[in-house]
Design a protein around this ligand. Structure first.
Ligand SMILES: Nc1nc2c(ncn2[C@@H]2O[C@H](COP(=O)(O)OP(=O)(O)OP(=O)(O)O)[C@@H](O)[C@H]2O)c(=O)[nH]1
Length: 339
């Protein structure tokens, strides 16, 4: 395993949105040499594994074919990851640097992330990469799975640019922001550049772009902004997040944001996908231009979140762009992880 730990990408996206093709194109690049792939197809015939073997050459490719990765095979996934990480590398090969799990088009990302959270010993940096099919756009938002996949994504990559009008690609970031304003968007016409950006290393400090106000989000998906009412002590923050997860349960799709707590001069990055929280991380920046949490949920309302205990810790309102944004020049918080 790499001294720096492994990047683990959960490649998600709706049925037929271009996941296998994106992965296949990546595996043909020289930088994919130190990659292992896990493919999951719910009740299918292992076709993706066959397609990827064509491109992946000697790369380790494991198939999880006995059910949907999100519902049935948590322990199989953990076992497969253990096996890939522990396997001796072929003579002359570098250390394993990344594992890509291609999930089935109907997988919900939350349970997968919960399984990954049990594998802390592998020191994996985990990110969800979602595909956004430009030929269908947000039309598939009527499917609960598609919305959950986009909401969970740390990075959303547009696909099928060659089949779509150029304006579709240009508009994609704002359409994606309607559903997930905290995801990094890869909307690049050049296919090779797009493929590289899709699987760019997770050691690069994450961008916390706060997109301009979304337009017509999916009617059942609510975006809220929780701003601290005053000073926030860490135990209160932890209790509040716990209670949000408890109150919303499966309706909670994503939380991402920065909170300044009294115990630290630097802000904490807070993130969850579904009700699975990543450990809060202290960032290097001291004065972030924006603090607050973006909450994406289904069938919920700001008023419901406003009642979460400790009451009054956050002011919760329907999402609108933070004051620092003028709509064209987005405030990019360049964050660096504290080791
Ligand atoms: N022209 C073009 N076709 C694409 C592109 N990406 C995917 N396709 C086609 O779209 C169809 C579905 O692509 P896949 O990559 O199999 O999609 P998927 O998300 O893996 O599909 P599932 O595994 O069924 O969920 C295939 O016929 C691909 O050839 C693209 O960038 N350009």
């Amino acid at each position: 395993m790499s001294e720096d730990g492994l990047d683990f990408y959960v490649l998600t996206g709706f049925l037929g949105s271009g996941k296998t093709t994106l992965l296949r194109d990546f595996l043909e690049l020289p930088e994919a040499a130190d990659t292992a792939v896990i493919v999951n197809e719910a009740g299918e015939i292992g076709l993706d594994g066959v397609v990827l073997r064509e491109s992946g050459g000697e790369l380790p490719i494991a198939e999880l074919a006995n059910g949907c990765v999100c519902c049935q095979i948590g322990s199989d996934l953990a076992f497969t990851i253990d096996r890939l990480v522990m396997a001796p590398r072929p003579p002359g090969a570098g250390p394993l640097r990344r594992i890509i799990l291609e999930t089935s088009g109907l997988s919900m990302p939350g349970p997968v992330l919960r399984t990954l959270a049990t594998l802390a010993e592998h020191r994996m940096r985990v990110a969800v990469i979602g595909t956004f099919d430009l030929t269908r756009g947000s039309d598939v938002a009527e499917y609960e799975e598609a919305v959950a996949q986009w909401a969970a994504a740390h990075r959303i990559v547009t696909t099928k640019a060659d089949l779509a009008a150029p304006a579709t690609l240009t508009d994609a970031p704002s359409r994606i922001a309607d559903i997930n304003p905290v995801a990094e968007v890869v909307a690049i016409a050049d296919r090779t550049d797009a493929v590289r950006a899709a699987f760019a290393s997770l050691t690069v400090p994450p961008r916390l772009d706060i997109a301009s106000a979304p337009g017509a989000a999916h009617p059942r998906v609510v975006l809220c902004l929780a701003r601290p009412s005053g000073e926030v002590a860490y135990p209160d923050l932890a209790a509040w997040l716990d209670n949000v997860a408890g109150a919303l349960g499966e309706r909670l799709l994503r939380i991402k944001g920065l909170v300044q707590v009294t115990e630290s001069p630097r802000p904490l990055l807070i993130e969850c996908v579904g009700t699975t929280f990543s450990p809060p991380r202290v960032l290097r920046i001291e004065k972030p231009p924006f603090t607050g949490l973006v909450i994406i949920a289904r069938d919920a309302a700001a008023a419901e979140l406003a009642q979460v205990a400790p009451a009054g810790l956050f002011k919760v309102s329907p999402w609108k762009a933070p004051e620092a944004s003028n709509g064209t020049d987005r405030p990019a918080i360049k964050a660096e992880w504290v080791a």
